[in-house]
Design a protein around this ligand. Structure first.
Ligand code: PMP
Length: 309
């Protein structure tokens, strides 16, 4: 895709660059050993201009991801929060997807050199729906398992984890499905390739607990809160594969996916593709993200704060 999609600037190591000049060496540690960390954030159009959803929480997760690997980000949380706001402002997008990232540069030869440079960048672009909403997607349970946290910290949003995600998603697409659902090493339901999973049964909404190799998704947390506020009982627990097929509803959550209903798993229709709860929660989530629900106003960082009278 053309570099123009990134607007006027990509922020890299403290400087706004023309996107075509925001480059790195092919001999970077990250390219050879996968040493990258990133976030995915959305800014939504609101009546008061663009607002970034859960910005601080995302930047804090980026710091936690790096901490697992002893990588120190040479900025503060507040500095990266401000750089993100400035970038969206400069690019003039009303709504966009924002990608802060950290990666190791040179020298690259030693797996664990003490002096390998830590680079930090932020880019953004306009992104529509990751999955079409409406009738629900078709998923399959993947043959690969989700990587276990006994192998790598799955709470880290590390680039290397996405090799596992690529295998999951690739298999699903090759087999004619939209998405994969991975099981963890114990055979419990884990998550989709880049989204968390929820299961509705009666008035109860369940989602795999964090010990099932799931990322602690920021949308997952938001949806748990919104659902509880609507009176649903929300439970984090182990979910067996069998439960998927006889659920009232299955839906996925994520920054890109928002709330996406799953209509079919392994060619089995999930309750005829019912998606009442998913639609209810998607509606509330979008209202919250676009500044229409006062109780969740704290989730938004406005790009151009209102000037006090
Ligand atoms: N799991 C994985 C593996 C992901 O990549 C994502 C997307 N960041 C999620 C879950 C959902 O997380 P969030 O709601 O914070 O976007």
């Amino acid at each position: 895709m053309a570099m123009e999609q990134y607007g006027e600037a990509i922020w890299l190591d403290g400087v706004f660059h023309d996107p075509k000049d925001a480059n790195t060496s092919v001999m970077s540690h990250a390219i050879h050993y996968g040493s990258g960390f990133f976030e995915g954030i959305r800014a939504y159009a609101t009546p008061d201009g663009p607002a970034i959803f859960q910005l601080k929480e995302h930047i804090e997760r980026l710091f936690r991801s790096c901490a697992y690997y002893h990588v120190t980000i040479p900025y503060t949380v507040d500095e990266l929060v401000q750089a993100t706001i400035d970038l969206v402002d400069r690019n003039g997008f009303e709504a966009c997807y924002i990608r802060p990232f950290v990666f190791l540069g040179t020298p690259w030869q030693a797996l664990m050199a003490k002096d390998t440079e830590v680079h930090v960048g932020i880019s953004c672009w306009q992104l529509g729906e990751y999955f079409e909403k409406g009738t629900g997607i078709r998923a399959k349970v993947a043959s690969y398992r989700r990587v276990s946290s006994t192998m790598m910290p799955m709470q880290a949003k590390a680039a290397a984890n996405y090799m596992n995600s690529q295998l999951l998603k690739g298999e699903a697409l090759r087999d004619g499905f939209d998405e994969a659902i991975a099981l963890d090493m114990n055979g419990n339901v884990s998550e989709a390739s880049v989204a968390n999973l929820f299961l509705v049964k009666g008035n109860k909404i369940s989602t795999p607990s964090l010990d099932c190799s799931v990322l602690d998704g920021i949308t997952r947390q938001a949806i748990m809160r919104i659902a509880r506020d609507q009176g649903y009982e929300v439970i984090e627990r182990h979910i067996g594969r069998d439960e998927l097929y006889v659920a009232d509803e299955i839906f996925l959550t994520g920054t890109a996916a928002e709330i996406t209903s799953v209509a079919e798993i392994d060619h089995i229709s999930i309750n005829g593709g019912r998606n009442d709860v998913a639609n209810e929660l998607l509606g509330l989530y979008r209202k919250a993200a676009t500044g229409h629900l006062e109780e969740y106003a704290g989730w938004l960082t406005y790009v151009t704060p209102a000037v006090a009278e």
